[in-house]
Design a protein around this ligand. Sequence first.
Ligand SMILES: Nc1ncnc2c1ncn2[C@@H]1O[C@H](COP(=O)(O)OP(=O)(O)OP(=O)(O)O)[C@@H](O)[C@H]1O
Ligand SMILES: [Mg+2]
Length: 331
Amino acid sequence: VGEAVQLARDEQGRAFVVCVADTIAPDLYKQLVRTRSGDWVKWQTCVQELRDLVAGLKSADMRQPTAKVLSFAASKGGVGNTTLALETAIYLATRRKRGSPRVAILDLNLQGGTLADALDIEPRFDIAEIAGRPERLDEQLIDVFTSRHSSGLDVFASPAHSTGMDDLDPQIVFAFIDSLSSRYDAILLDLPQHRLPWTDNLLQGADVIVVSGGSHVPALRRLTAKLAHLQTLAIPESRLAAVVNHCSVDLLGRFSHRAEIERALAGHRTFFVRRDCDAVGGASNVGGSLMQLMPNSRVCRDIKRLAEWVETASGGRTLQLDSAARSESAA
Ligand SMILES: Nc1ncnc2c1ncn2[C@@H]1O[C@H](COP(=O)(O)OP(=O)(O)OP(=O)(O)O)[C@@H](O)[C@H]1O
Ligand SMILES: [Mg+2]
């Protein structure tokens, strides 16, 4: 079954993997279904169930693009996870070469993240509203949860909660992401630094994972630990990148200790982003983004390199082509 899950992940969007077995471990079943490219049927009832499955797949609008899920996971607090996710989202949302990709960013710091503050918008994504009543989740409620940014990016930002969200049913989070997936070409997830019962599942279902970290030795340790954890989840390297943010640079603008850091990260794909408090702080002071306000600053160019990779690794051209195909069919 483990191999079936892997196959479903690798062939996502191209093939549908059906695992026929009398029993299946609940954990593996969850992983298989989360790929959205696989399901399990029992031997005893497999003839009928296979028929139903095929009929279901046929009736689903196969041309309807489902969103790529791009996860940004912090290895430590304050390393710029939200900033990097946000700037990447704005980069993708404003790529208008072929159609306009529909891009959303979802703040999963459910106790209250900083995404809304960074963009100076009102946070409207209050998952507590649907926590006990998932049946309330419909198109209208999704609209209520959406904050629209001038870049074209749709933002789902959590308001601060005084009570804990620790007992939140993870299925609510998955159901919400699923309900967004036919609306968007890409959904970026700003994940909390701490591990929650549902974050590993989200990481496994993601098309691309960016792990953010800092450049000092303790921060690098946290970053390597997080990357090691992702390896235990069997995340393919092709979907994974590490970002070392807040890097200092020398007089020529080269990243300090680059070689040592790369050695410490042992062959993982790594991007470096310089510390530039004037540019990053200046943009956030006016509720804007670097991509819009200072696209030619060096720190923005560092983030652009990451964003370009995210676009390519997530099927790059597909993002563009999906939106182009949509504009054509709408025409
Ligand atoms: N490259 C950078 N240069 C200078 N300042 C930066 C840089 N990246 C992020 N910052 C600043 O660092 C602070 C923390 O950034 P951010 O909120 O994105 O981090 P985070 O990892 O999401 O933090 P949290 O753990 O609170 O979620 C913010 O004030 C942000 O403006
Ligand atoms: Mg954050």
